[in-house]
Design a protein around this ligand. Structure first.
Ligand SMILES: Nc1ncnc2c1ncn2[C@@H]1O[C@H](COP(=O)(O)OP(=O)(O)OP(=O)(O)O)[C@@H](O)[C@H]1O
Length: 503
């Protein structure tokens, strides 16, 4: 079906999130919706799905105007969303998740006919190429499998418009290939598909049309054949950006700031040994659940050490908790899960950015915060990271996802830690900000001689930034590969090397 948006506008206090946006999404096409962090993509998606009403404008399907008041309402009209924060009922079966809104159809005198329900669910699972028993509890599925279940659910609900909101942010390369096959299949069947992503290589691979938003305005809609990566970036940010090739970081193998020897945390990872040098970016690469984040969280005292040793600046330590980690050992941790343990969403930008340095900017006698210093630090970081907000007093919960990520990183930059663990720094972050964050990380190591552990499942990010890459698989470190700045290394050879260690 043809989805037509005409003159859509939406404002929040102090922000015009969408300004007179008109776009047409055609059936049988994958249509990318792109823009920098805060450009208005989520706001537009929410209006299309019925989650949040626009202030002005019309949305129509095959010429019939819609007046959607909820997500459920959108689904009744065949509009559905597959998103990264996957909403499934984890205790229940795959089949129940697919059929949750259609249970009445299977109710008879003897209650629900599970046999019929499971058989129907199986048909939809087959349509998305997912070979699993419909009675499998959904909680144990991988993120990619859960996403396919969401697509199966959309098909069972007779959806005609499917929106994908950054669907590849936490899935593996093989799973991306599979997802793209399913999307290709849906396209061939005439579904109207909207694809939101910051990964431009993927957009070039699977999309037919590209719509770019900038500061809430529709900059243009172009056919993919007219575009390349550079042109898309220019449309998105209004200028060209320089993608850096980072030079080699000179480090001394004997100048170790943090090391682990046969470190284990029961059930989370086993026998991890590594040494982090001063002025180095050490990569932890692996899939979600491979042990990389669990190891990082053990270093900062979030999980207990069950055996082995951890030492900081040559001394064996027992980090008691996260507060002890920053206070005693000067180790900071930028969490991958910003909403849960990175940020205080109800507080403003200034407070969040300076949380880790309150002690430093407090008057030792009166304990009053030096407000001027606090403002200076926050404003400086806003500029350095190009945070898009109305000001440092804006509530963090009202920022776009990418801008929240920048605040989370800024908080630890302000803390000036010797050792910084950064987990998935660029998930949900636009290409301009990603480049900026990469440069910041590299500068911290090169110029300020900070030692960084970089955790990422983004292979290009890992290869371009890390000096050495530890590869994790099934709770163990399976090997180490050098960084691309080492003499004679190429991207393809390194990515093959990493692939072998993960096989
Ligand atoms: N509930 C809200 N209250 C106040 N402002 C909001 C609210 N929701 C969004 N905004 C603002 O609207 C603008 C558009 O945000 P939106 O989330 O649509 O951007 P986006 O393009 O999806 O960004 P990202 O790529 O970072 O997810 C931003 O300036 C954001 O701060």
């Amino acid at each position: 079906m043809t989805l037509e948006l005409r003159n859509i506008s939406k404002s929040f206090p102090g922000v015009r999130a969408l300004d007179d946006v008109s776009v047409t999404f055609n059936p049988g096409e994958v249509h990318a919706l792109l823009g920098e962090n805060g450009a208005g993509k989520s706001t537009l998606i929410k209006a299309i799905c019925g989650i949040q009403r626009a202030d002005h404008g019309t949305i129509s399907l095959d010429g019939v105007p819609l007046n959607l008041s909820s997500l459920k309402d959108g689904m009744r009209h065949g509009i559905t969303i597959v998103n990264q924060e996957i909403q499934v009922f984890s205790e229940s079966s795959v089949a129940e998740n697919i059929m949750i809104d259609k249970l009445e159809k299977y109710r008879g005198f003897g209650g629900i006919s599970w046999k019929r329900l499971n058989a129907d669910a199986l048909e939809y699972l087959e349509l998305v190429g997912l070979e699993i028993d419909p009675e499998t509890p959904i909680g144990g599925l991988s993120a990619a499998q859960k996403q396919l279940v969401q697509i199966a659910k959309a098909l069972s609900s007779k959806a005609t418009v499917i929106l994908f909101d950054e669907p590849t942010s936490s899935i593996t390369a093989n799973e991306v290939t599979k997802l793209f096959e399913v999307i290709g299949d849906l396209k061939a069947k005439g579904y109207t598909l909207i694809f939101v992503s910051h990964k431009l290589e993927e957009v070039l691979e699977i999309c037919d049309q590209v719509t770019v938003l900038r500061d809430g305005r529709h900059v243009g809609t172009r056919c993919i054949s007219e575009l390349d990566k550079e042109t898309i970036i220019e449309l998105m940010i209004g200028r060209k950006i320089q993608i850096e090739n980072f030079a080699r970081l000179e480090t001394d193998p004997d100048d170790v700031v943090l090391s682990a020897k046969d470190l284990s945390s029961k059930g989370l990872f086993e026998n991890a040994s590594f040494a982090l040098r001063r002025g180095e970016v050490l990569g932890f690469y692996g899939l979600v659940g491979s042990g990389r984040t669990e190891l990082a969280k053990t270093i900062i005292g979030h999980f207990p050490i069950s055996s082995g040793a951890l030492s900081v600046h040559g001394r064996d330590v027992k980090v008691r908790n996260v507060a002890d980690c920053i206070k005693t050992h000067n180790i900071g941790y930028v969490s991958e899960n910003r909403k849960e343990d990175g940020l205080f969403l109800d507080f403003d930008i200034e407070t969040n950015m300076t949380l880790a340095i309150w002690k430093r900017i407090q008057n030792p006698l009166t304990r009053a915060i030096d407000v001027k210093e606090q403002r200076n630090v926050a404003n400086g970081l806003m500029r350095a990271l190009d945070v898009r907000a109305t000001g440092i007093d804006q509530r963090v919960g009202n920022l776009s996802g990418g801008n929240q990520q920048k605040i989370s990183i800024a908080k630890w930059l302000a803390a000036n830690c010797d050792i910084l663990i950064i987990d998935e720094p660029s998930v949900g972050v636009d290409i301009g900000a990603k480049t900026m964050i990469h440069k910041l990380i590299w500068d911290l190591a090169k110029v300020e001689k900070k030692s960084i552990i970089l955790i990422s499942s983004d292979m290009p990010e890992m290869i371009s930034l890390a000096s050495r890459i530890l590869v994790f698989k099934e709770k163990r470190i399976t090997g180490v590969v050098p960084g691309i700045a080492e003499p004679g290394q190429t991207y393809d050879a390194l990515s093959r090397g990493i692939g072998r260690l993960m096989a």
